[in-house]
Design a binder for this molecule. Structure first.
Ligand code: NAG
Length: 293
């Protein structure tokens, strides 16, 4: 009897944790206009399937970009993107969160294009209080121009996780205890853009954009947003501490996720600011945690 009760108790626990251990399914057909607006060069954004898919167009006149209508404090932010195919050298496709003030916080994905058949670089960065300089760079384990892939950020009080198709590629833990600022009180909007950055993007600026190959096109879908939306006058998010991304299961990576992260470290990482002693003779304090991964 006791063991029966115990089993019952365990399975109740298991069920309770099962509810939150995986993010809910994200609807794929949300139209762009529900959560996003163009930021500039409105005529360089094209809409398909009632706005559930869009394309950003870069030509020699301009790039373009869009941003979320809402501002968010914490959440899970994802986008399905198919990068510029073919010769994309010199182009940068960015997906990021940023606050709007001067000492701003920012969480960045930047996809650096390349010549046909050469690999993209995915650069990530974190800014806190207006200070960045925390770049990491990886190659991807697939060709990001062939299909849509999911790029997402999990942001709560405990950690910021960068994910590619649900594989964690980077974790920025809240290291307040080590004296490192962590984004926690400045609401952020979600942004994406496609522009020409051939002064630095590809092989450090050696490879220039070939305008005879224009227009350059990146495709997007998945405009659903899972975040704590902050209203104009309320600085804090009412539901803080209650949403799925705040729950125990998302306060740290699990063992499997750490294994995936180490796999990315070992096989695909090409740059980590934590290991760049020429640039940072004394590494930033949070690098202590980075080394433990
Ligand atoms: C582009 O390809 C070259 C040669 O394979 C490689 O060294 C470089 O890291 C690639 N990516 C970028 C963005 O430069």
């Amino acid at each position: 009897m006791a063991s029966f009760l115990w089993t019952l108790c365990l399975s109740a626990l298991f069920l309770a944790s099962g509810v939150i251990s995986a993010p809910p399914k994200r609807p794929i057909d949300v139209p762009f206009g529900r959560n996003y607006v163009p930021t500039w060069a409105f005529d360089h954004i094209k809409y398909f399937n009632g706005g559930s898919e869009i394309q950003l167009v870069l030509d020699k006149y301009t790039g373009t970009g869009f941003q979320s209508k809402g501002s968010y404090l914490f959440g899970h932010f994802s986008m399905h993107i198919k990068m510029v195919p073919g010769d994309s050298a010199g182009t940068v496709t960015a997906f990021y969160l940023s606050s709007q003030n001067s000492e701003h916080d920012e969480i960045d994905f930047e996809f650096l294009g390349n010549r046909t058949g050469q690999p993209y670089i995915l650069q990530t960065n974190v800014y806190t209080g207006g200070k960045g300089d925390k770049e990491q760079r990886i190659y991807l384990w697939f060709d990001p121009t062939k299909e849509f892939h999911t790029y997402s950020v999990l942001w709560n009080m405990y950690q910021i996780v960068f994910l590619v198709d649900d594989v964690p590629i980077r974790v920025f833990k809240n290291s307040k205890d080590l004296g490192v600022r962590f984004p926690f009180n400045q609401p952020m909007k979600i942004y994406s853009s496609l522009w020409n950055a051939d002064d630095w993007a590809t092989r450090g600026g050696l490879e220039k954009t070939d305008w005879s190959k224009a227009p350059f096109i990146a495709s997007y879908k998945g405009f659903h947003v899972d975040g704590c939306e902050v209203s104009v006058n309320a600085k804090f998010c009412e539901t803080q501490g209650k949403r799925w991304w705040d729950q125990k299961a998302f306060q740290d990576l699990d063992a499997y996720q750490y294994r995936r992260l180490r796999w990315v470290r070992q096989k695909y990482t090409i740059y980590n600011y934590c290991n760049d002693r020429a640039r940072f003779p004394t590494p930033s304090p949070e690098c202590k945690r980075d080394r433990d991964i």
